[in-house]
Design a protein around this ligand. Structure first.
Ligand SMILES: [Zn+2]
Ligand SMILES: [Zn+2]
Length: 188
């Protein structure tokens, strides 16, 4: 996973064949089960509702970016989403994907995990506070690069408050590095 980002292609450049692009990332998507598709559909409906409640719009493009992220199991690099977008819809400027991600981050439907430079779909949907603002707590496995957002607002909230109080530091999402359960179990 050390692929460097491809230079931005001008709109007139022919799109690379879909299959080779997916293979190059080494992150081809596994086929989704019916249950997974149903779950994604309900997450998208929740996201639409949430945007409506906040007086904004989950446009078809923003919805598509969120859908592709969910289809990747919830976490992906921006250029992987761009590849998915091109594979599904042909030519799309990378900036289009970034803008959609920015919007989704603002809505807290997506979080950016700075330590891995990946984006992850928020895992608690409307279960968060009514305005859907929350302190995201990300557990980042340093061995398999898996990221899990835990619905541990209490832990994250306490830590955030403590950081402000003691160090005057305002946390914007908390990322904890370590080993996931599976990797810890494999430890010698
Ligand atoms: Zn979240
Ligand atoms: Zn792991």
């Amino acid at each position: 996973m050390s692929r460097t980002r491809k230079p931005t292609a001008p709109p007139s450049t022919p799109v690379a064949p879909a299959a080779s692009a997916a293979e190059a990332t080494g992150a081809a998507k596994a086929p989704l089960s019916r249950a997974q598709r149903a779950l994604i559909a309900s997450r998208l409906t929740e996201a639409e509702q949430l945007c409506n409640d906040r007086g904004t719009l989950l446009t078809p493009l923003r919805r598509e970016v969120l859908k592709l992220l969910l289809e990747r199991g919830g976490a992906a690099k921006a250029y992987d989403l761009h590849d998915d977008m091109r594979n599904a819809h042909g030519r799309v400027a990378p900036m289009t994907v970034y803008r959609a991600l920015d919007f989704l981050i603002q809505m807290q439907l997506v979080h950016r995990v700075a330590s891995l430079n990946v984006f992850i779909a928020c895992s608690h949907g409307e279960a968060a506070s009514p305005d859907h603002s929350h302190d995201a707590l990300m557990l980042v496995c340093t061995r398999c690069d898996k990221v899990v957002e835990q619905a541990a607002h209490e832990v994250a909230g306490k830590l955030s408050a403590e950081l402000v109080e003691r160090f005057g530091f305002t946390a914007q999402g908390i990322e904890v590095k370590g080993l996931c359960r599976e990797c810890a179990a494999k430890q010698p």
